[in-house]
Design a protein around this ligand. Structure first.
Ligand code: IPM
Ligand code: MN
Length: 371
């Protein structure tokens, strides 16, 4: 147990769709943790994403920026939904107008996406048991503020030599040396801490940025982490290996877009994106969010699984507030609930007895009971 005198200020951005439901369960769990570990949380709610657009005409309005600036850390639910996909100005849509600017504002370059499938949850995975080995436990580390998502974007028309006019669009993929260095360092440090191999994912047979990325990774390896073993793997092969033999991976280093795609694929290996919490860490500030979207089709029904949001709060306790014991207590409680056979509807399989299928709020209560 530790004692912290001043209140910890947490910006709470519940977001859209299932966001408010899974956030409510997370705040319940944090309230229980605050009792048990004698922490004082000051929750500061603010609108973000579609909800903010509806109210203020902007998905990341100044009011919310202020709350985030003042916070010790930001807990963010999923945002967006079909309703906002047709906002005429793409820069006011939740992804381009709120999420990417949030990442940029706090330079949250390091995205940790733990992919954990304990034995108790094996029936959730679409993979055969023999593919899962001793269970899956991968830390995917995705670079989050560089590459093609943040490069120059353009649309236009140009006239070819033949005088033919053609329409075109472009997205530029660019990485600077220090952008690669800082994420590579973190990935090596995690592999070293876990005493496991680092898989560096790339596409150096085609992309200049990958050739460059690998050179920087190799230099950091040689100069700073010579004892960590590393394997370079092409991203297309990694996509294949992730399904055929996921337990070979322990720590993976990925640039932004490859990380976006392979982390969703990892969610598929687990059997649900609802099992994907994440931490987005910058030099001064961090925010925490589930890796999935707002799941509008199941919103408001009290059936979504809150694991990804509650797990994100556990990551926050560990990484922003130096409370590994409190974080561990949350993970243990989550796994205990799964271990006892409880599932929310979308995680249930043909072997889940009806009595063990619980609502979002019941799942949250069970986590609190197991703390
Ligand atoms: C994610 C999401 C975002 C991303 C979208 C919503 C812009 O898919 O966090 O993985 O691509 O980074
Ligand atoms: Mn994604």
């Amino acid at each position: 147990m530790s004692l912290r005198m001043s209140a910890i200020n947490i910006a709470v951005l519940s977001g859209d769709g299932i966001g408010p439901e899974i956030m409510a369960e997370t705040l319940k769990v944090l309230a229980a943790v605050s009792q048990k570990f004698r922490l004082t949380f000051d929750f500061c709610p603010a609108l973000f994403g579609g909800a903010a657009y509806d109210q203020h005409g902007h998905p990341f309005p100044p009011e919310t920026q202020k709350v985030c600036d003042a916070a010790d850390a930001i807990l963010k639910g999923p945002i967006g939904g079909p309703k906002y996909d047709s906002i005429p100005d793409v820069n006011l849509r939740p992804e381009r107008g709120a999420l990417l600017p949030l990442r940029k504002r706090y330079d949250t370059f390091a995205n940790y996406r733990p992919v954990r499938l304990p034995l108790a949850l094996q029936d959730a995975s679409p993979l055969k048991k023999e593919r899962l080995g001793q269970g899956v436990d991968i830390l995917m580390i995705r670079e989050l503020v560089g590459g093609i998502y943040f490069g120059k974007k353009e649309r236009g028309t140009k006239v070819l030599e033949s005088k033919k006019e053609i329409h075109f669009a472009l997205d530029v993929m660019e990485y600077t040396e220090d952008q690669v260095e800082r994420i590579a360092r973190l990935a090596f440090a995690e592999a070293q801490k876990r005493k496991v191999k680092l898989h560096n994912i790339h596409k150096s047979n085609v992309l200049q940025t990958s050739v460059f990325w690998n050179e920087v990774v190799d230099r950091i390896h040689k100069q700073e982490f010579p004892s960590v073993s590393i394997e370079h793997m092409l991203v297309d092969n990694a996509a294949y290996q992730l399904v055929v033999n996921p337990s070979q991976f322990r720590v993976m280093l990925l640039e932004n877009m490859m990380g976006d795609i392979l982390t969703d694929q990892a969610g598929g290996v687990l059997g649900s994106l609802g099992l994907m919490p994440s931490a987005c860490i910058g030099p001064q500030k961090a925010y925490y969010e589930p890796a999935h979207g707002s799941a509008p089709s199941i919103a408001g029904q009290n059936i979504a699984n809150p694991y990804s949001m509650i797990g994100s709060a556990a990551l926050m306790l560990e990484k922003s507030f130096g409370q590994p014991a409190a974080a561990e207590a949350i993970w243990n409680a989550l796994f205990a609930v799964f271990g006892a056979g409880y599932r929310t509807k979308e995680l249930a399989s043909s072997v889940t007895p009806g009595a063990k299928i619980v609502s979002t709020s019941r799942f949250g209560d069970l986590v609190v009971e197991n703390l």
